[in-house]
Write a protein that binds this ligand. Structure first.
Ligand SMILES: CC(C)(COP(=O)(O)OP(=O)(O)OC[C@H]1O[C@@H](n2cnc3c(N)ncnc32)[C@H](O)[C@@H]1OP(=O)(O)O)[C@@H](O)C(=O)NCCC(=O)NCCSC(=O)c1cc(O)c2ccccc2c1O
Length: 279
């Protein structure tokens, strides 16, 4: 069946991978898990490629917003690929090495200074559900379905999968999702604050691009700072480090910061006297 989601932009491929696609158009990077025959379940190699693509998008100065999605319309992502769990139960790459590299990806999305938007058609389940959760915004199609399955398949994400979920939708609902492993439709997800909006499936990309375009018109530095601020307390000292690093970057750009650097290069004492001690 052809994809019922209308394309909103003339996407151009910017990189080639086996398990994902990476496209760009008009300031937006679109990264899609491309394993629709497995409802876009990820194996360790998929996650390594997502990490690479996220890095590429972060450092591409043309990119202002990143969209994370799944190929087709049946699934955003169904979590870890259960067929690559080895004898020890963990997710193995093709060399037999066990990985939980999706945890690195989760943190990479949170630390990325550009907004990351989850564009969700179909299932966002298990580790795939956590992936949309860690994105800054979630735009869902009306066919989207959400849920955790870990306790059913011998797994759990007690990190961001539990704590960030509770901070997003409240403790009771988060515990319900994990302790009962039920599925929730798009309207239920919207009602509990799990997603930002729900649109007809055909309009999913158009609406997502509209949200991205709104952000592209805003100050990149202000978005960067506010994202880091939102994540700082949940991410603890690592979150404060991210926020503080942004502040340092801003200070470097100031005349006062440059005076320190210039004085050192010119082998003279810095003259900070001309900078007011602001109240
Ligand atoms: C997602 C579904 C509800 C979709 O159901 P539907 O009926 O539409 O489709 P099928 O079930 O027929 O699936 C079609 C096709 O895809 C294969 N498939 C689907 N999901 C997976 C998967 N996760 N892994 C491997 N393969 C998958 C399915 O076998 C079919 O192929 P056939 O060849 O058999 O036809 C439903 O598919 C479903 O419930 N899927 C499983 C969801 C799931 O349990 N995911 C894993 C949860 S655990 C997890 O994701 C996880 C990952 C991590 O990396 C963690 C890291 C750290 C801590 C915890 C982690 C964690 O919990």
């Amino acid at each position: 069946m052809s994809n019922p989601i209308r394309a909103a932009l003339a996407w151009q491929p910017r990189a080639s991978y086996s398990d994902i696609t990476y496209d760009f158009a008009d300031g937006i990077a679109r990264i899609a898990i491309n394993r629709p025959h497995k409802r876009n379940a990820f194996r360790p190699e998929t996650v390594s490629q997502l990490i690479d693509a996220m890095h590429r998008a972060q450092f591409d100065r043309e990119v202002g917003v990143i969209v994370l999605t799944g190929a087709g319309h049946e699934a955003f992502c169904s979590g870890g690929d259960q067929t690559v769990r080895g004898d020890d139960g963990g997710y193995h790459d093709e060399d037999g090495t066990p990985h939980l590299n999706v945890l690195d990806l989760q943190m990479q999305i949170r630390r990325c200074p550009k907004p990351v938007v989850a564009m969700i058609a179909g299932y966002a389940i298990g580790g795939g559900h956590v992936l949309h959760l860690v994105c800054d915004l979630s735009i869902a199609a009306d066919n989207a379905r959400f849920g955790q399955t870990g306790p059913r398949v011998g797994s759990f994400d007690a990190g961001l999968g539990a704590g960030l979920l509770a901070r997003t939708i409240g403790m009771k609902k988060a515990k319900e999702i994990w302790l009962l492993c039920r599925q929730y439709d798009a309207k239920q997800a919207l009602d509990m604050g799990l997603v930002n909006t729900v649109v007809p499936l055909a309009e999913l990309e158009e609406e997502t691009v509209r949200w991205c375009q709104d952000m592209l018109r805003l100050s990149p530095m202000a978005l960067r700072m506010i994202k880091a601020g939102f994540n700082a307390d949940t991410d603890g000292l690592a979150g404060i480090q991210e926020l503080a690093g942004n502040a340092t970057g801003l200070f470097y750009m100031s005349e006062e910061g440059l005076e320190g650097r210039n004085a050192w290069l010119e082998k003279r004492a810095p003259d900070f006297a001309k900078y007011r001690r602001r109240p």
